[in-house]
Design a protein around this ligand. Sequence first.
Ligand code: MD6
Ligand code: FE
Length: 215
Amino acid sequence: MQRGLFANPAENAREPLTEGAVLLHGYANPRQDGLLAAVQEVSAAAPFRNMITPGGQRMSVAMTNCGDAGWFSDRRGYRYDPIDPTTAQPWPPMPDLFLNLATCAAAEAGFDAFRPDVCLINRYEPGTRLSLHQDKDERDFGAPIVSVSLGLPAVFLWGGLTRGDRPRRIRLESGDVVVWGGPARLVYHGIAPLADGDHPLTGRVRLNLTFRKAL
Ligand code: MD6
Ligand code: FE
């Protein structure tokens, strides 16, 4: 692992959210251009698409994946599938830069030897939101999730272990990384409707990468 790609965050750049969750402000900044190029490479092979929920709603967030499997939703339910149902091909492999970032960020947060097998990539346009949910389709909740934000800022809604817990609002900027595991692994969370803006990296778009150990 090339640790030098991502420097140790300064103490004031590390914001604990609750036990098991930490926000590493600007942790991905040194490699934002490379991360964006890798997203473009993945989405050239596995295009962004608006998936359908089991209830029949079209999700406003556009999604794609890379890695050994991808998260997918349609009328039949939510699941991880090694084949992209849209292209009928395997999902593109996880770029080395992605793997490096996820492993280093997890180690910074105290989760050693995190080896994600899936990266779900979300693309938000102004007005797009992601309603409160738990990430619970993975096989092993012992592994954390690493979440990387690029482009337009967003308000991360960060609730509790039951849907009714009133969420805190946390601003996520381009380059911010949230690591999420242990007692926080099943916290309800979401993204408030994205405000319009124009970001030098991505234009009128926010991208989010979530790395998981799904299989
Ligand atoms: C997003 N993130 O930030 C959506 N899930 O666009 C997530 O749904 C998420 O950021 C689990 C852990 C961290 C996350
Ligand atoms: Fe999530």
